[in-house]
Every structure is written in structure tokens, then in C-alpha cells.
Design a protein around this ligand. Structure first.
Ligand SMILES: [Zn+2]
Length: 466
């Protein structure tokens, strides 16, 4: 009996190391990993000689903008970026409208993804309504998300209903989430500190993008450090699985390292902007609000790199956050008027592979932080996250030697720009497969909207969506 597809001649990054192997695929799964020369009958054979085959990327943090903000991005453009970027599972965030704070709203969101997603998906709903927390767990989610941001001055990006700063309420949420066994992701923030700091800048007439960047990073990252200190202490009180978003200071890295040394169930993500964009002030001078996300001073960025290499930081997730140019332009004179965030899903693999090429990180560790560890932390392993027999055939074939200059024209996101334009990368995705089907082939998105499927934890009690 011939299998459906054989990927022949590639170099395969497996959990056990990098090997020459052919990969056999049948009915969505990897069914064979065979040494070169061994023949295995297949209906279709694709030669990937010269390419490296990696497990598809799992992006746990992406702002897809639908429903509610489809002028910025929609699920088709967002998941087209994913296909082109080697991302085979993308997980949306709750700052959409209506925000998924209840099982009903989440069900409607899943229905939208079901119609439109090109790659597999899930959504991290807001865990802000206590009685909805167990109901949403039963729907096959991977994690909850809460913003500590309660900035009442802006309706976007942190709208009411999904932000909680009150420590008592956070503790109650943690205790409820703990019963589900799922992790809770938190965007660390302290609005009282931010208010105090920004008033100081404004009193001096400083409101531009520089002031905004510096205010968030003031006092060597006090806003982030205070918030993470609170979160880690509440984590200990509730014994909940805590996943910290936006790791970006030396202080946060040290607190995380200490908590891990105590064996506590804590983890953290690093975002592309902390590694390749906001860590260089000249990018902020050149691009203004288009480079913000956040400013990460070089000594902080160094600490984050170290944390990624030594395992203190667990994963890279994109924080992909497209906005229109009209929403960024006001930042030149008023940084507080620009929407915060940068698009990155389409090219973060290339940015990471460029560092692999430069010897900064090994290919094996790079694959761990973008594929294997997200799968393990969020319950998708061993069905996803690794190239092994029996796993879903979620794969990305990359040319590690191909150089490419990133352009705004290639951007598939609806926003139509990237802060990485003009940058030369080394290492580009050539093909992406989701459950054995090409969604990106020879540099073109060929996936069909609606092909993507809900990626639920392997041990979920119920994958049902009523
Ligand atoms: Zn985000």
C-alpha cells in the first residue's frame, strides 16, 4: 500500500538530533522516518534535498484582530502570514471585540476560525469571569490570558473586561484556573506606576515616541519587575501554572530563574521585538512607534538571550500585532496616541535562523523554543511539536543558506508594513505543511481558508464544541 506523500532527501531536525531521513506522510500523520535509500512506496514524492525539515512552529501569542478589528487584520490574512512563516498552530489573543470572556463568545470565535483559518489554531480566552473559567477549559483551550493593563485612557489595545490589576481578583482568578490544570498567561503591568512615571514626562512636555518608549522602560524596568514580583507571589499562593508574557528585564529573568529553581510551575515567553527590534535604540529613532512594542535596553536584551539559551526562558511567541499606518503615525508627536505592537508572524523564523547562521544559537535549541517547548508546555505534545512517527505532519522546510532582504511588499498581513523591512536574513521557509497538506509551497501560500482545525490539548477531557 502506497502512502500519500514522501518528503525525500531532507535533513530532519528530530528530538534525538539532526539526521538525514525521508519522511513518510499518510492521513495527516507522520508514518515513517526512513534512512536515505530505503524505499517506501508513495503516491507523491517531493524532493526536499538541500532543505532542513523542522517541526511546524507553534505560536502561542498572536493578535489576529478578528472579530472587531478587521481593518487591521483578519483571520485569513493572519493565518496566511503563519503559513508563509512556518507557523502551523497559531493561538489568538482575547483583545478583540467582543472579547472572549465567556464560553458563548469563545464558541463564536472558534466558529470564525473554523471557517477562515489556513493553519491549525486555538484562542487564549480572557480568564476574567470566574464562572466561565471551567466552562472554557471544557472547550479544549490551551491557556487563559489576563492583561494586568487597566489603562482607562485608551480603548485599544487593552479594552475593558480583559484587564485585571486588583491583586485580590487576580488571586481569585488564579485559584479558579488552578482547578482546570491549565496555565494562565499574564501581560505584567502596573498602571499606578505607569501613571506616576508618564505624568513626569508629560510635565516636561515630553510626549513623543521616545518619551513613550522611555516611560515604559523607566527606572530600569520597574513597571515590569514590580508586576512580575506580584505575579510570582500570587502564583505561589494559588499553585497555578503561570506563564509570563513579554519577558524583557534582567530583574524578571532573575525572579523567574529563582522560581524555577524552587521547582514551581512557571514559564515565560520572549517576543521577537525584544531580540531583534526594540533592543536597538537606533531602530526606535528611525521607525518611531513603528518599532514599538517596547524598548528593551541592551543589557536587558543580553539577559534575555542568555535566558533563552540556558532554559530560563522557555519559548518564543510572536506577539504579532498589526496596526494600520494611520494608527502608528500619531506616535511621532504623541507616543500615547499610537497603537502599540508590531507584526512579526511571517518573518520571525527567518530572524531566528539568521542567528542560527551566525552561531548565536544552535538549530536544535531554536527548534525547541519555537516548536517543541510550546507543544510541551501547552499540552499539544506528542501530537504536535516534534518530527516523530505518529505525530501530526506539521512541518516547515527551510533553506538555511538562502539570503533574503525583507520588504514591505511581501507582507501578507493586512497592515501592509513590517518594522523589519530592509533587513537581510539568512534562512527562509520554502514549504509549510499542516497535517500533511501543503499550505505554503515553493514560496507561495496555497492553503485553503477553513482547512485549519482546533488544536486542543492531547489529554483534554473534551474537544467538543457545542
Ligand atoms: Zn500581545
Amino acid at each position: 500500500m502506497a502512502i500519500e506523500l514522501l518528503l525525500k532527501g531532507g535533513t530532519v531536525v528530530t528530538e534525538g538530533g539532526v539526521v538525514q531521513a525521508d519522511v513518510g506522510i499518510d492521513r495527516e500523520k507522520i508514518v515513517a522516518l526512513t534512512a536515505p535509500g530505503e524505499t517506501i512506496p508513495a503516491k507523491r514524492v517531493v524532493d526536499i534535498g538541500g532543505l532542513h525539515l523542522l517541526p511546524g512552529l507553534i505560536d502561542m501569542h498572536s493578535h489576529h484582530r478578528e472579530p472587531g478589528y478587521t481593518h487591521k487584520e483578519d483571520l485569513i490574512t493572519a493565518t496566511a502570514c503563519c503559513a508563509a512563516g512556518g507557523v502551523t498552530v497559531t493561538v489568538g489573543m482575547p483583545n478583540v471585540s467582543p472579547s472572549p470572556t465567556t464560553a458563548e463568545i469563545l464558541r463564536d470565535m472558534f466558529a470564525l476560525y473554523d471557517q477562515k483559518a489556513i493553519v491549525d489554531y486555538n484562542v487564549n480566552p480572557a480568564g476574567t469571569v470566574l464562572e466561565e473559567i471551567p466552562r472554557m477549559a471544557a472547550m479544549g483551550i490551551l491557556a487563559y490570558k489576563v492583561f494586568m493593563v487597566v489603562d482607562t485612557g485608551r480603548s485599544y489595545p487593552h479594552m475593558p473586561g480583559i484587564g485585571v490589576h486588583d491583586h485580590g481578583k487576580l488571586l481569585a482568578i488564579f485559584q479558579e484556573v488552578q482547578k482546570t490544570g491549565l496555565p494562565i498567561m499574564i501581560h505584567p503591568h502596573d498602571q499606578a506606576l505607569m501613571d506616576q512615571i508618564e505624568q513626569g514626562y508629560w510635565a516636561e512636555g515630553k510626549r513623543d515616541f521616545r518619551a513613550y518608549a522611555q516611560a515604559y522602560a523607566a527606572h530600569d524596568g520597574v513597571i515590569w519587575d514590580v508586576a512580575v514580583g506580584v505575579l510570582l507571589r500570587l502564583q505561589q499562593a494559588a499553585d497555578v501554572r503561570l506563564h509570563l508574557l513579554h519577558l524583557q528585564t534582567v530583574g524578571c529573568v532573575e525572579m523567574l530563574r529563582a522560581a524555577k529553581a524552587q521547582g514551581r510551575p512557571v514559564s515565560a515567553e520572549v517576543n521577537p521585538w525584544a531580540l531583534w527590534l526594540g533592543n536597538d535604540w537606533s531602530n526606535i529613532e528611525r521607525l518611531g512607534s513603528y518599532a514599538l512594542s517596547y524598548y528593551v535596553a541592551p543589557h536587558h536584551s543580553e539577559a534575555i538571550w542568555k535566558a533563552l539559551l540556558d532554559g530560563t526562558a522557555d519559548i518564543i511567541a510572536t506577539d504579532h500585532a498589526p496596526h494600520l499606518k494611520e494608527e502608528k503615525e500619531p506616535g511621532w508627536t504623541d507616543g500615547w496616541k499610537a497603537h502599540t505592537g508590531t507584526p512579526s508572524a511571517q518573518r520571525y523564523l527567518s530572524l531566528l535562523l539568521t542567528d542560527v547562521s551566525a552561531g548565536r544559537i544552535s538549530l536544535e535549541r531554536a527548534v525547541e523554543i519555537v516548536s517543541l517547548q510550546p507543544a510541551k508546555l501547552f499540552g499539544l505534545y506528542p501530537r504536535k511539536g516534534a518530527i516523530r512517527v505518529g505525530a501530526d505532519a506539521d512541518l516547515v522546510a527551510v533553506d538555511l543558506d538562502r539570503e533574503h532582504v525583507i520588504t514591505n511588499e511581501e507582507v501578507l498581513s493586512k497592515c501592509g508594513w513590517t518594522p523589519y523591512a530592509g533587513r537581510k536574513v539568512r534562512g527562509v521557509p520554502v514549504h509549510t505543511l499542516v497535517r500533511g497538506q501543503f499550505v505554503f509551497e515553493n514560496g507561495s501560500v496555497v492553503g485553503r481558508p477553513g482547512y485549519g482545525r482546533l488544536a486542543s490539548p492531547v489529554n483534554a477531557k473534551s474537544h467538543e464544541r457545542k
